[in-house]
Design a binder for this molecule. Sequence first.
Ligand SMILES: [Zn+2]
Ligand SMILES: [Zn+2]
Length: 285
Amino acid sequence: MQPTKSRNHSGILLSYKTENILMDCGEGIQRQMRIAGIKPAKITKLLISHWHGDHVFGIPGLLSTMGADKPDKKLQIYGPVGTKKYMEHLVQSFACKDLIEFEVIEVKQGVVFEGEEFKLIAEPLKHSSLCVGFSFIENDKRRINVAKAEKLGLQGPILGQLQDGEAVVFKGKKIMPDDVSVVVKGKKVSYIADTVVCNGTSALARDADLLISEGTHLDDIKEKSEKYMHLTVKEAALIASENNAKRLVITHISQRYKSAVEIREEAKMYFPDAVVAEDFMRIKV
Ligand SMILES: [Zn+2]
Ligand SMILES: [Zn+2]
């Protein structure tokens, strides 16, 4: 909730081909990006979980820096109902004229973006402020078995059609996509922001290749955690294991914990493949 000497506010960047999706933007995120060697102007989408300061204090500065680069594309901002109003207020709060142009999409539940290569899904969470979590889901795609394709003499555009899942006729013979290709399942990356355990946490975690989840407190102060509507590390780990997530990163740790050792131990007790987030941590999915 407060940045510490070793931990910044929340901000997770998901890079996929030409897309750079920033999930939450706490105070100091643009400087963190500079240190990490990533240009803020490269961000294509901003996903806001909720409007508590530790998730949004960095937005105006970031938009101003992005605007200075004069990008030709509008930034798409996704957030819970109320985001349009908050953004209007924010823009009116200081003398700014060079913010990047943006468009706000308020989200509740379901598919909020669908592109050729991936989609974004929002799930409602339960917190003291209206909050949503997000899943990035890569579309399934077909991979051509080159040896099989060569054996049949297939090449050029016909391979493209098969890769798109279409049957083709080649030299008078019908060839089905499954004859020369296999479906490769797309990756799923989810972000569970501030919440208690709810349907949304399960939906986000289900079969995720990577689950990034808040885990604010250890289980010994579960009551306090519930009161402030946060997950304990144990709860986050159980959400991951019960919903078949493959990897878990615990983030949003209370400033009361000076070291990550206890957090890691509690998480691993219920989900062995858990790590605790550190500033500038990079994970390849
Ligand atoms: Zn919060
Ligand atoms: Zn928070």
